[in-house]
Design a protein around this ligand. Structure first.
Ligand code: ADP
Ligand code: MG
Length: 553
């Protein structure tokens, strides 16, 4: 019952939103239990009205609300109408420490008068106001460019039924489907039938039909979708389609990263899924960096997560056989690989984020650094933006001087390729010498090379503290040969808390780069892009800041 008592402020206009509603409604199961309900721009407050003192009051934050709907009673004789609001606030977990999003439903019966239609109109007014206020209260972080997915939006959800433990479809039905219907998000579910099905589908799809493409799988299915979009003639427009991720695989690195960017407490498994589903319902969109990757066959790929060689790539691919155990497959794979730890020979070079100072010229190197006179190691701490500086008193360091070759000289396009869009302006042909502004790593014996552009490498591997989806940086890690098995294991265990860089391991190097080139010398090995095996051989990559769009929190 709406009333104009002293506690009910009159409706007011603020930022286009009608500020406050007040009403008194009954419990859906018990007519004798009444609630006073008030809606402000930021919260729905529910207070039980009873004669006994100590009224219980519940304040529900609208940033946690995904939707609200109004409806008539199933019983046609009932003149009452109902509205139900759906919230997913952080609440203490039952069995373990910490908090996670949990579903809270608030349902009220509206019976102002004996006319069913009037009651329904009032319920609809409340439902609409709660929905509008919730959209305006979508969480926004300072300094983050965000768009909202158009409303009402149409979403295509692609599910890989074989991803993870083969339960992606059941996980979708059990945890996400209901939430999408509460949020009033219409969607079409597409179950992929084979590898590259999603890639072919988005390559040909009429994208004007879809406001977002969402993947319910591991990272591999999103890799397909991104490459399908980039293979289109209208790629420039196509890649602007907001992309969403729902973790259903065994490698859910992007989902873990997106959850992390939302500044939410850590979550795994179903809790991570619920968090990503919640972000999808809220529909906030930001930029996502992509990295273009050139392989020897002149094939070009687009990657959103990682380029790995050596230990990490081997674990990723070899642990496929343990996929039935879920995300823990990486830990099992790590332990198995540690037992057969190997050294991978190759040449690595990169273009640092920070331009190097102009120093006396060193000749341009023909093929990475094989002819360089002294060794290269970073002089700065691995956590800083660093580049290699020549230090005559320290024969271990050298600088390849910068003459701004990257900006003054337009490199050749990769040999054998036609001009491809978007152009990779930082990369010469894979068979061409590198510009002098690049840094060449002297070591040629590696345990791993990992270029990553999101915060997480897996649900429980926080590889890059401080990384953002659109920081425009390739975070390059490499571990040189000589590291002991326990030290390598320590690094991976520390990565769970993002503490590996603080381990002080002299074999671990971290650089922020815009482009890199890797030329394996070892005849056998695996190169993995976003967790998928690609052609083994020379490879180079460059960042394309903010090329795609991503639904985040
Ligand atoms: P996971 O994290 O469990 O590895 P992914 O999403 O990475 O899950 O998918 C694993 C692989 O399955 C990817 O290479 C993807 O392209 C492929 N794939 C996608 N749909 C299907 C399908 N219907 N049948 C078989 N493989 C598929
Ligand atoms: Mg995968």
């Amino acid at each position: 019952m709406e009333k104009d008592g002293p506690e009910a402020e009159p409706p007011r206009q603020r930022n286009g939103f009608v500020g406050m509603l007040y009403g008194e409604f009954t419990d859906t199961l018990n007519d004798k239990v009444r609630y006073s309900v008030s809606l402000t721009e930021s919260a729905l407050t529910v207070q039980r009205i009873s004669s006994s003192p100590g009224r219980t009051k519940v304040v529900l934050n609208l940033t946690d609300c995904v939707g609200c709907r109004a409806y008539r009673a199933a019983d046609g004789a009932d003149v009452g109408a109902y509205f139900t609001a759906y919230f997913y606030p952080f609440k203490r977990r039952w069995m373990s420490a910490g908090v996670a999003r949990q579903r809270v439903e608030q349902c009220f019966r509206v019976a102002l008068v004996q006319d069913a239609l009037t009651n329904l109109r009032e319920a609809e007014r409340w439902a609409r106001s709660i929905r509008d206020a919730s959209v305006q209260q979508a969480p926004r972080k300072a300094g983050v460019t965000a768009w909202a997915v158009r409303r009402p939006c149409r979403v295509m959800i692609l599910v890989n039924p074989h991803s993870g433990r083969g339960q992606a479809l059941q996980l979708f039905t059990g945890h996400v489907q209901g939430m999408l219907s509460e949020a009033g998000v219409p969607y079409k579910l597409v179950i992929t039938e084979h590898q590259n099905h999603a890639r072919e589908l988005v390559k040909k799809a009429d994208l004007s039909q879809w406001d977002a493409l969402v993947i319910m799988s591991g990272d591999g299915l999103l890799f397909e979708v991104i490459n399908g979009l980039m293979e289109r003639d209208d790629w420039q427009e196509a890649i602007q389609t907001p992309l969403g991720i729902l973790p259903g695989g065994s490698g859910n690195a992007l989902a873990a990263s997106v959850h992390h960017y939302s500044q939410s407490p850590p979550a795994w498994n179903e809790e991570l899924l619920l968090s990503c589903g919640f972000m999808l319902c809220k529909g906030l969109v930001g930029s996502l960096d992509l990295v273009s990757i050139h392989l020897a066959s002149t094939q070009r790929l687009f990657s959103f997560l990682s380029l790995a060689w050596g230990f990490v790539a081997d674990v990723d691919i070899e642990s496929e056989k343990y996929r039935h155990v879920g995300a823990i497959r990486f830990l099992m794979g790590t332990l198995v690989r540690l037992a057969t730890l190997r050294v991978y020979q190759g040449r690595l070079a990169y273009l640092p984020v920070k331009e190097k100072p102009n120093l006396p010229t060193t000749p341009q190197h023909p093929s990475l650094c094989s002819s360089l006179p002294c060794q290269l190691i970073p002089t700065s701490s691995p956590t800083q933006n660093s580049h290699h500086v020549c230090n005559k008193s320290n024969p271990k360091t050298i600088s390849i001087s910068s003459n701004n070759a990257v900006t003054t000289k337009r490199p050749d396009m990769p040999s054998g390729s036609r001009t491809r869009e978007p152009p990779d302006s930082l990369l010469p042909g894979l068979d061409q010498p590198l510009p002098e502004s690049w840094t060449v790593v002297k070591e040629e014996d590696f345990v791993l090379v990992l270029a990553i552009y999101q915060s997480h490498l897996a649900e429980d591997l926080w590889a890059v503290p401080g990384a953002l989806a659109d920081d425009g940086i390739i975070h390059l890690f490499y571990v040189t040969a000589g590291i002991s098995r326990p030290a390598l294991l320590r690094l991976f265990l520390a990565m769970e808390k993002g503490a590996h860089l603080a381990c002080g391991c002299p074999h671990l190097v971290y650089e922020k780069v815009r482009a890199l080139r890797l030329e394996p010398i070892s005849r056998e090995g695996v190169i993995a892009v976003d967790g998928e095996t690609v052609e083994y051989g020379p490879v180079q990559a460059q960042i394309h800041p903010g090329l795609a769009r991503l639904i985040h929190g």
